[in-house]
Design a protein around this ligand. Structure first.
Ligand code: NAD
Length: 331
């Protein structure tokens, strides 16, 4: 086994949208990274800059990223055993792997339970046995359901309206339990609407920004469901991964929960207008009937993440959208 002063961090879902940006920032902060992903929605292209194994593998010459094809709901022990035997223990885990669609979870609640709750318990079982120093979990604003008071803070009652939200909340409870009973430190970050480069616009479940950005760039119409006055808290992926990585590399004991948003409320109509402008103005905004059950307003209270992690989202919406429409070159 080779020893290294650079922490070894496992990133589940590391080939996905948020995961691949997390990997990039961990490497920039001097970590060694092992990605566990089943490539159900993640893409090898998102990790292409780390693909030269002779240079970038854990035994390679340069910043180290190893990629394992694993379904986390089947457990982490077998996949990680050869890695830890050769390169030392996994010290921290960022758990992002998930079935990410609310709509899919309503139609397939048992699959969602296996992957999203079961996957978290598998991560925690590994963390407990391996003495992992911190688990960071990608939770979601979906844990709140419809809230009475905005901006929503972490102590608001959680009444999720989908199996996806239920299993994110159940995962948070499991993290709390493992911290209290087994001493596994953890942070659950409740992401609001994350956007940025590498978000997949081709998925029918994709976030509104990636779909609008794709259509505006091609000069096609943007369809708003309802009047466009519904609001969301859109937070740029480059900001989100700062919160994720700072939480993962921190040494606070116990369990904590924090929203990750901007604290700013944006209407879908305003969003569409900015994107039409960035796309050159060739697209029209059209309206379709409102979707049943859609939450009307959503915005995060952000003080907890500031106090806990020193985190504040820094990217203005227009700047983040410009980077999404024309992604910065890979360096
Ligand atoms: N994008 C958002 O706005 C948002 C908001 C709230 C929470 N989240 C959460 O953030 C995390 C990352 O989401 P994303 O937007 O990057 O989506 P994504 O689909 O790009 O990433 C999910 C990754 O997990 C992988 N994965 C799925 N099931 C797996 C399994 N069983 N085993 C191993 N890997 C598996 C996928 O292949 C993919 O690479 C998810 O947990 C999601 O629920 C995202």
């Amino acid at each position: 086994m080779t020893s290294s002063p650079r922490p070894l961090v496992a990133v589940t879902g590391g080939a996905g949208f948020i995961g691949s940006h997390t990997v990039d920032l961990l490497v920039a902060r001097g970590c060694r990274v092992v990605v566990l992903d089943d490539f159900s929605t993640g893409k090898r292209a998102n990790l292409a800059r780390w693909a030269d194994h002779d240079r970038h593998g854990l035994g390679g010459r340069e910043p180290a990223v190893e990629v394992l094809t694993v379904d986390v709901s089947h457990g982490l022990f077998a996949a990680l055993a050869p890695i830890t035997a050769a390169h030392g223990p996994v010290e921290r885990i960022v758990h992002l792997a998930a079935q990410v669609s609310v709509v899919h979870s309503l139609a397939n609640p048992l699959t969602d339970a296996r992957v999203n709750y079961g996957g978290t318990v598998q991560v925690l079982e590994y963390a407990r046995a391996a003495g992992v120093k911190k688990v960071v979990f990608a939770s979601s604003a979906a844990v709140y359901g419809d809230v009475a008071t905005l901006p929503v803070d972490e102590d608001a009652p959680c009444r999720p309206l989908s199996p996806y939200g239920v299993h994110k909340l159940a995962s948070e409870h499991a993290l709390h339990c493992y911290a209290a009973v087994h001493g596994v430190p953890s942070v659950a970050l409740r992401f609001f609407n994350v956007y940025g480069p590498r978000q997949d616009p081709s998925s029918p479940y994709s976030g509104v920004i990636s779909i609008f950005a794709d259509r505006a760039a091609a000069g096609r119409d943007l369809t708003i469901f309802g009047d466009g006055e519904q609001t969301r808290d859109f937070v740029y992926v480059g900001d989100v991964v700062r919160a994720v990585v700072d939480a993962a590399l921190g040494d606070a004991p116990g369990h904590a929960v924090a929203n990750v948003g901007t604290g700013r409320e944006t209407t879908v109509r305003a969003l569409a207008e900015i994107l039409v402008g960035l796309g050159g103005g060739g697209s029209a905004i059209v309206h379709a009937p409102a979707r049943a059950g859609e939450i009307v307003r959503s915005v995060a209270r952000v003080e907890r993440a500031a106090a806990l992690l020193g985190f504040r989202a820094a990217t203005a919406l227009r700047d983040g959208l410009a980077a999404t429409v024309a992604p910065p070159p890979v360096t």
